[in-house]
Design a protein around this ligand. Structure first.
Ligand code: NDP
Ligand code: BG6
Length: 514
């Protein structure tokens, strides 16, 4: 109760200033940034990219001179784009009175250009418009490819001339999924390099790396003496990485059926968290040093085996009079699809720190709850004094550290504690860091952090090509086997806890899902 919320600018925040320079470019800076959102009419652009750009503007984190262009095939005027964008902007960061005014100012900086994705001519028309806005300033250009993956290369090919015609830097953010397997990912990398140099490519944006609690993982481990010494096979029994959504693939079946949950969530979001969790201490906080350590972990891992994987697909379910459709009932999904919407897997890292520790991943759509968390289950207390003396059931009550990435961000440690009173009875209690209670400031959306990093040229949260190769090498043999054998997923009802097979998989390694 003695904890007060941390307010803006309080002394405890100031110590991190070296790492968190969110200030805009200096007022005298005579450069400009043009941000082109390719696929501006789409879902991601509306839901995440424009709102994140507005939040950055609102927080004064964008450079003084900037312009945002939407580019897509749909016909739209500037006014129509502004109208579309305005519907998804919110003042959630804080409740400053001038929010509406800031929105108006932001929208005035947004423009639209309609064009085909495979037309150099249309991108050159865009270039002319960009130049008009850039004037005589040093012009930096950021292109965000918010489009389906099958047209990434067309766009890069056609946009590369106009992209690089600014006289400052040019950067291209490529969304996930980056390929479907090792071969297609390498082909895409080779393709991009025909038109862009490595420095220009901000490959495979993994927005989970921009989530507050994922960013905090390194702080938790490397700046608290109590955790790092325990962070190994000696004290940790298993680690669980869990992602669940309480809705299906509604409306995204066309994309999802080609990829499935393993490529959509496990091979990127959960694997990236695993690598950050398990890496050795990097030499510094520089992007390259962190990525070096992540790659080492990925390359120390055993490629996934079919016997260590359970796949599922949701089927329709009626609850409270409402019928929730099964995956294959979606119009955009083939009736005989065997694409998994759920998967659980046991992964192992063959190095001195983690030898034999199961890292269990679970990811699913249309489950009973929505959330993402990391659970670290510790080993039993050797020769437990309390169990010997009182015969209590302490052997099942091992410590567990839970990092709740979303929603309602929190970090809590489950400990054994004496129940107050004259007798000696123990229970499990939580040492709890609940973000909403501790910090008054809203947590920024992951896309804000990633966009800001791209504008500042910071690559720590983007994926290097050797990381990408290592990630695909782990999953490609399994994915090929699943597809070649057309292995049927275990069906689970919409809104349930997923297939029972996931429990057998965990039990095989003496684990209970948290
Ligand atoms: P959309 O399906 O909404 O596509 C974006 C835009 O691309 C559309 O508005 C459309 O614009 C154009 N487009 C769509 N289909 C085609 C096609 N077959 N050929 C050519 N153009 C097409 O995608 P999202 O916005 O959902 O996703 C964009 C990217 O971001 C994808 O790579 C996706 O994997 C990734 N992503 C999306 C997330 C999300 O929550 N939506 C989350 C994480 C990643 P127009 O017709 O006007 O040209
Ligand atoms: C995307 C996946 O990368 O992440 C989606 O393609 C998923 O299928 C989404 O819904 C989840 O992101 P978040 O930030 O809402 O947890």
């Amino acid at each position: 109760a003695s904890q007060s919320k941390v307010e803006n600018g309080s002394p405890s925040e100031i110590i991190l200033d070296d790492f968190e320079d969110l200030s805009p470019l200096s007022e005298n800076d005579d450069s400009t940034v043009s941000i082109t959102v390719v696929g501006a009419s789409g879902d991601l652009a509306k839901k995440k990219i424009f709102p994140a750009l507005f939040a950055l503007y609102y927080e004064d984190c964008l450079p003084k001179h900037f312009t945002i262009f939407g580019y897509a095939r749909s016909k739209m005027t500037d006014a129509e784009l502004r109208n579309m964008v305005s519907k998804t902007l919110t003042c959630r960061i804080d409740k400053r009175e001038n929010c509406n005014e800031k929105m108006e100012e932001f929208l005035k900086r947004c423009f639209y250009h309609s064009g085909q994705y495979d037309s150099e001519e249309h991108f050159m028309d865009l270039d002319k418009k960009l130049k008009q806005h850039e004037g005589s300033r040093v012009s930096n250009r950021l292109f965000y490819l918010s489009i389906p993956p099958n047209i990434f290369l067309d766009v890069v090919k056609c946009a590369s001339k106009s992209a690089s015609s600014g006289n400052g830097w040019t950067r291209v953010i490529v969304e996930k999924p980056f390929g479907r397997d090792s071969d297609s990912s390498s082909a895409l990398t080779r393709g991009l390099k025909q038109y862009l140099v490595e420095d220009q490519i901000f490959r495979w944006i993994d927005h989970y790396l921009g989530k507050e609690l994922v960013e905090n993982l390194s702080v938790l481990r490397f700046s608290n003496l109590v955790f790092e010494p325990l962070w190994s096979r000696q004290y940790i029994r298993n680690v669980q990485l869990i992602f669940s959504e309480d809705f299906g693939t509604e409306g995204r079946g066309g994309y999802f059926d080609r990829y499935g949950i393993i490529r959509d969530i496990m091979q990127n979001h959960l694997l990236q968290i695993l690598a950050l969790f398990a890496m050795e201490t990097p030499v510094s906080l520089e992007a390259e040093d962190i990525r070096n350590e992540k790659v080492k972990v990925l390359r120390s891992m055993k490629p996934l085996q079919l016997e260590d994987v359970v796949i599922g697909q949701y089927k329709s379910h009626t609850k409270g009079g409402t019928t929730y459709p099964g995956y294959t009932e979606d119009k955009t999904v083939p009736k005989d699809s065997v694409t998994p919407t759920f998967a659980a897997a046991a992964l192992f890292i063959n190095n001195a720190r983690w030898d034999g520790v199961p890292f269990l991943m679970k990811a699913g759509k249309a489950l009973h709850t929505k959330g993402a968390e990391i659970r670290v289950q510790f080993r039993h207390v050797p020769g437990n004094l309390y169990k010997r003396s009182f015969g209590t059931d302490l052997d099942t009550a091992t410590n567990e550290l839970v990092i709740r990435v979303q929603p309602d961000e929190a970090i809590y440690l489950k400990i054994n504690n004496k129940i107050p009173g004259l007798g000696m009875r123990l229970d499990r209690s939580n040492l709890n860091l609940h973000y909403a209670a501790r910090y008054s400031k809203e947590i920024p959306d992951a896309y804000e952090r990633l966009l800001l990093d791209a504008i500042e040229g910071e690559r720590r949260l983007f994926i290097r090509s050797d990381e990408l190769d290592a990630a695909w090498e782990l999953f490609t043999p399994l994915l090929m086997e699943l597809e070649e054998k057309r292995i049927a997923p275990e069906l689970y009802p919409y809104g349930s806890r997923g297939p029972v097979g996931a429990h057998y998989l965990a039990a095989k390694y003496n684990v209970r899902w948290g």
